[in-house]
Every structure is written in structure tokens, then in C-alpha cells.
Write a protein of this length. Structure first.
Length: 252
């Protein structure tokens, strides 16, 4: 960090300028994006993202991540990020965590069910090693498959150590970890029980402070909504009445 950066009134702006200067002209970098957070006079932070050229090799991404890890280790007020093949990930100073996030980046880019994703470091209270991941999938089936694989010890995606908050969205389905950042087994069971017998036009599994997770399911208008509701509640007996909602699609 330069002397001018350390003394800058708008420190976030100065940090962003330093990031852009450091990485300008780096081979395989198509664009550099920065944010400026000037919290107080002489205090602030910045996020810097290297957007790589299409077709950049995995080896080159790995090398750049290693260089970024060393950079953020020297600049603790800058968050370093890389976007490659539609996947954006944060690089932290810890070498083990950087290796983990690179492994997940590789598996996500190889998964044809994944459209794009964002993996970022999100420490919260005592959970300093905490990842927050948002994935967009091609469809509802892909969204559930990716979610299960990442949380239920599937063989496609490497899980990250520490606390992981995961959200996966696909046309017709939104699913996220429960209130304790775990796998929402009953909410998903309710969704799958209805899906097995009726066409579902939309569904959401969301975290809930009271029940842990809650599920909302919209069945096609021609479906037996009452029976679908019964199926969902039977599959999720511990969620409570308010946490399970089945409605009928009102569109004609």
C-alpha cells in the first residue's frame, strides 16, 4: 500500500485506485471492476474484481488466484475477486481456503447444470470462515441437483470447510440452506413429495427463524391442491403448519 493510500481522506477510493494500478495490463484480464467504500475520513475498504478473458485456462486462473492471495494478504482492506467462465469467487489470504475455492470453481465450471455462480467470503460474528454461495441453474431439476450435491456430500462438487450459506435458483425453484446453514431436509422432502405426483409451476425453500426452513409450492391449476397440501405436510411433519404452503396456479 502506498503512503498516499494510507493517508487518503477517501481511503476506499484510494484503495480502488491502487488495485486498478496494480493489476492493469495483466495478461488474460479483460476488465477490472472496483467498488469504493469510504466509511469515515481516512478509513474505508474496496472490492476489486479481475474479469478474465473468455477461454482463460484453468492453470492460468489458478496462477492468478495465487497472485491475488498474496496481494490481499498484504492489503487487508481490499477484497480480491476473480470472474472466470461465469463463476466469480473471492480470494482470501489463507492458502488452504484459496485451494478449496479453486476446486469448487473448477467443478462448477464443469457442471452443465450451472449457468453462473458467486462465491464470496462472508464472516459473521464467531464464524470467521464463512462462505456465501449463490448459484443460478438451468432449470428447477438442475437447481435441486446442484444444491443436493453441494450440501449432501455428492460426488460432483467439493464442499468448502467452515460455515456455508448456499442459495441456488433455477426457473421454477429457489432453494437455500436452513436458518442454521444446514440442509433443509424436510422442506425439500415436501417439495419432492408433491412433485412426484403433480406438475409444479414454482416453488421456494427458504430459511425461517421459527421453523428453520419453510417451503412454498405452486401446483398447476388442474392439480388437486388439497391432496398436494396433504402430501407436503405428511413429508414435513416437524416444520409446522405455517412453514408449509401449497397454492394453485391461478394462470389460465
Amino acid at each position: 500500500m502506498s503512503w498516499l493510500t494510507g493517508c487518503a481522506i477517501d481511503k476506499g477510493t484510494a484503495l480502488a485506485a491502487d488495485f486498478e494500478e496494480e493489476w492493469a495490463g495483466t495478461p488474460d484480464v479483460a476488465k477490472i471492476h472496483t467498488t469504493k467504500n469510504n466509511t469515515l475520513p481516512f478509513k474505508g475498504t474496496s472490492d476489486g474484481t479481475l474479469i478474465l478473458k473468455e477461454g482463460t485456462s484453468a492453470d492460468r486462473v489458478t496462477k492468478l488466484a495465487g497472485e491475488m492471495r498474496q496481494y490481499v494478504a498484504r492489503h487487508d482492506k481490499i477484497t480480491g475477486r476473480i470472474t472466470a467462465d461465469g463463476i466469480t469467487f473471492t480470494v482470501v489470504a489463507d492458502e488452504r481456503r484459496t485451494h478449496e475455492v479453486l476446486a469448487l470453481w473448477r467443478s462448477l465450471t464443469a457442471d452443465d447444470q450451472v449457468v453462473n455462480a458467486d462465491i464470496y467470503d462472508s464472516p459473521w460474528k464467531e464464524a470467521t470462515d464463512r462462505w456465501r454461495i449463490e448459484v443460478t441453474a438451468v432449470d428447477a431439476g438442475g437447481a435441486l441437483a446442484v444444491f443436493k450435491d453441494m450440501l449432501a456430500e455428492g460426488d460432483r462438487h467439493r464442499t468448502l470447510s467452515g460455515v456455508m450459506v448456499l442459495k441456488v435458483t433455477g426457473p421454477g425453484l429457489f432453494v437455500e440452506t436452513d436458518f442454521n446453514n444446514g440442509f433443509p431436509a424436510e422442506a425439500i422432502a415436501a417439495y419432492e413429495a408433491v412433485l412426484a405426483q403433480y406438475p409444479v409451476t414454482g416453488a421456494g425453500v427458504r430459511r425461517d427463524a421459527v421453523s428453520g426452513s419453510a417451503v412454498s409450492i405452486v401446483v398447476a391449476q388442474r392439480a388437486d391442491r388439497d391432496h398436494a397440501d396433504e402430501l407436503a405436510r405428511r413429508a414435513a411433519p416437524n416444520l409446522g403448519a405455517a412453514a408449509v404452503k401449497v397454492t394453485s396456479d391461478s394462470r389460465h
